[in-house]
Design a protein around this ligand. Structure first.
Ligand code: COS
Length: 398
């Protein structure tokens, strides 16, 4: 693997960096303060091609590979994790599921609209009583002539109040457990579909978060994504991309924390010298630099595997686990470096600290990532103590 960026990769990164500094950074604080979901900024992300970054060009996407995608997501994440969440959900959870599992018609109809930002999409997996145990869906889908009737609740759904289409995971036959799950493309203006804003979040205040309710929502057979029984694999393959995107965004938070710390340490003087000249401050900066590099290299490794079509589930969990935990530590150290100034939002570091807290929770907690990694390493399933050891199908997991 070549650690040097090619000219094209450097251009992709520099373009994303300039866009982030010009468009995202100046708005991040006010959007956070006002809990404002900035749809104008979302449209600019779409104009840049970032909402369909990894979608093939023939479906309206930018046709980037996963290595390129990480460069973009890192920069957006450095600017604002709320906007990075929009990219991760739209691109990785929604678009990549359609690319992989959609019929020709579904791709033709929906992907160009998602890539252009005309539509937002959301990913309805988590429920009030179903988080880590994702297979245990309470939402039910009942077959009718020519379609389905879906009922249930979804919780903590990013973009759920703005989405035009929701990927909804539902159980068709509880006796089949995860093999009874199906995924539906549900228009959010369907009768019986409603959403409610969730407020009071610690961070990501500039991101939209919803509780969804489906009350006998009727959809046609064409709404089914994949086959009945594919739902769990669709969810897991979407998370292979989503976790990667979260990890890349967290590299951006690491980098942003480091850059803010260095700038402040050179400008702030105590005892007649810049605080950056003190060894204990340099130690904090060095720790941030090491974590940033390590997180970035783990993300690039996972991206390299994805680009080569190799299994990457374990390496994605490793990148997600490390980068999300590293981002917490880097933001924490950045506040320490800034002293009292780091405790208010004149600098980005307190927002980094609050925003990044959710990343060890959503798209699989750190504990779930450890169990996935531990199972891959030992061949023993500690996820469900009574279950036999099982590893993901390497072809499906590619
Ligand atoms: N891609 C495609 N298929 C996959 C896969 C992947 N990455 N990982 C697993 N699968 C398939 C397996 O091949 C298996 O297929 P079969 O039914 O044909 O055997 C099936 O899915 C079940 O796999 P597994 O045994 O690994 O499932 P588990 O029940 O052990 O998985 C965990 C449990 C905890 C890994 C899973 O439920 C999980 O990731 N939970 C966290 C959910 C989460 O992140 N929620 C946050 C959502 S925020 S958007």
């Amino acid at each position: 693997m070549d650690f040097e960026l090619s000219d094209e990769q450097a251009l992709i990164r520099d373009t994303a960096r300039a866009f982030t500094d010009r468009e995202i950074v100046p708005r991040a604080r006010e959007n956070d303060r006002n809990e404002h979901f900035d749809t104008e900024l979302v449209a600019k992300l779409a104009d840049q091609g970032y909402l369909g970054a990894i979608v093939p060009v023939e479906h309206g996407g930018a046709g980037l590979d996963y290595r390129d995608y990480a460069l973009v997501v890192e920069e957006v994440g450095r600017g604002c994790s709320a906007m990075r969440t929009v990219v991760s959900v739209q691109t990785s959870l929604v678009c990549s599921s359609l690319v992989r599992w959609g019929t020709h018609e579904q791709k033709q109809e929906i992907l160009p609209r998602l890539c252009s930002g005309e539509w937002l999409g959301c990913f309805g997996l988590t429920e009030p009583d179903t988080g880590s145990d994702a297979a245990n869906q309470k939402t039910r889908a009942r077959k009718t002539d020519g379609g389905w009737v879906i009922s249930g609740q979804k919780m903590w759904i990013s973009l759920g109040n703005y989405a035009k289409v929701a990927l909804v995971f539902a159980q068709t036959d509880p006796a089949k457990r995860h093999r009874g799950l199906a995924c539906f493309l549900v228009p959010t203006d369907s009768a019986g579909f409603s959403s409610q804003e969730i407020h009071g979040k610690m961070g990501l205040r500039g991101s939209d978060t919803a509780a969804l309710s489906l009350d006998d929502v009727e959809v046609g057979d064409e709404a089914l994504l994949g086959e009945v029984g594919d739902g769990f694999k669709i969810a897991m393959s979407a998370l292979d991309s989503g976790r990667y995107s979260v990890a890349a965004g967290c590299v951006g938070v690491c980098q942003g924390s480091l850059e803010a710390s260095v700038a402040y340490a050179k400008e702030r003087e105590q005892f007649g010298r810049p605080i950056g000249a003190f060894q204990l401050v340099q130690a904090m900066i060095a720790e941030q630099r090491v974590m940033t590099d390590a997180a970035r290299l783990l993300v690039w490794r996972a991206g390299d595997l994805k680009d080569r079509g190799r299994p990457s589930t374990t390496e994605t969990s490793i990148a997600k686990l490390y980068a999300t935990e590293a981002a917490q530590s880097c933001a924490h150290l950045a506040i320490q470096d800034h002293g009292g100034s780091g405790y208010v939002d004149d600098h980005p570091v307190e927002r980094y600290y609050r925003d990044v807290r959710v990343t060890t929770l959503y798209e699989g907690t750190s504990q779930i990532q450890k169990l996935i990694i531990g199972r891959a390493e030992t061949g023993l399933n500690a996820l469900v103590p009574d279950a036999p050891a099982s590893a993901p199908d390497p072809v499906a997991a590619g």
